[in-house]
Ligand binder design. Sequence first.
Ligand SMILES: [Zn+2]
Length: 117
Amino acid sequence: MSEIFSTIASAISTAKKLKELSDKARDAEFKNLVADLHLQLAETKTQLADLMQDNTRLKDKIRSLESVQCDPCPSCRKPGWHVEKSERDSLFGEVGGIRRTYKCSFCGFSEEKLVTK
Ligand SMILES: [Zn+2]
């Protein structure tokens, strides 16, 4: 996301340079176009900032909704401990062994556990 901001900042900088050039130019239509471009870029930057705020808010909401059903992580104790992967164990699969990978959605701590029924 920060790449988008630097791209827009760069575009605004280019538009400013164009505006400086257009101030020296005589063509009124060219000046108006550059001014419009400058305004549109500034508006885009504002809209993007709003969008990023929404995005962050939604990510937080998803994380809190997911964590409601999770157990506490053995490493950081936050409620983000969940099954990331569950597959037949390569060694004990013949006798019903299942290898589960648990992962914390907060700190990333991960652990595997062999489950037999
Ligand atoms: Zn954790």
